[in-house]
Design a protein around this ligand. Structure first.
Ligand code: G3P
Length: 224
């Protein structure tokens, strides 16, 4: 099982900027940064590029997995197949791809059996509390109203991070807390870590930046 102290998880989503060969270019930039500073940088590309990007040797996770069986199933993204393509884990229940709690529970277990990491997302403290019972490797608090807005959760709503850490650690002490939404610079990452987050999820702040290399270098520089 891979472990990451303070991961910077870069979710490429389905932005035009990463279409075609560009997803490979961003992963190569991440690899160059990672080789220079040895920080915990993870990329979450669309399922179709997992195999190509995993060849860069940057840790790759899926943006989503379905709780569909291996075998005669069509159009689903399933843990066993993404693992075979080089993914080392998956985001589950992202705000832009919500699933049933019963499926989250199954997928956390299934990923663990495959030695893959699970990053389960929650929109608010109520959902976070409910999802703590599944003890994923990471729980990520991401207020949907701040996603893609460029105003960091660590600045706009610092108490949601401190409250998340306090609540999750009291229910399931081994689960690591990540946060995301609106993060754009290293001050935002630093603040998130000071508030108790153990890593961050970011998308538009990297994907839409002028220089992928410089932005990934900047953001990862403040990770432990
Ligand atoms: O998965 C991370 C994401 O939802 C945050 O998006 O664009 O606000 O960094 P963004």
């Amino acid at each position: 099982m891979f472990t990451f102290a303070n991961p910077l998880v870069i979710n490429l989503k389905n932005y035009t900027e990463i279409s075609g060969d560009n997803s490979l270019k961003i992963a190569e930039e991440a690899r160059n940064v990672l080789l220079s500073n040895h920080k915990d940088i993870i990329i979450a590309p669309p399922p179709s590029s997992i195999m190509a990007l995993s060849k860069t040797k940057v840790p790759i996770i899926s943006q989503h997995v379905d709780d569909a069986p291996l075998g005669a199933t069509t159009g689903f993204t399933i843990p066993e197949i993404v693992k075979s393509h080089g993914a080392i884990g998956s985001i589950i229940n992202h705000s832009e791809h919500k699933i049933e709690h019963s499926q989250i529970s199954n997928l956390v277990k299934r990923l663990r059996e495959l030695d893959m990491i699970s990053i389960v997302c929650a929109d608010d403290l109520e959902e976070l509390k409910a999802l703590s019972q599944f003890s994923p490797d990471y729980l990520a608090i991401e207020p949907p109203e701040l996603i893609g807005k460029g105003i960091a959760v660590s600045k706009a709503n610092p108490s949601i991070i401190t409250n998340s850490v306090q609540m999750v650690k009291s229910i399931s002490p081994t689960v690591k807390i990540l946060c995301g939404a609106g993060i754009v610079d290293k001050i935002d990452v630093q603040k998130a870590l000071e508030l108790g987050a153990e890593g961050v999820l970011i998308s538009s702040g990297v994907v839409k930046s002028a220089s992928w290399h410089n932005k990934i270098l900047e953001l990862s520089s403040v990770l432990n």
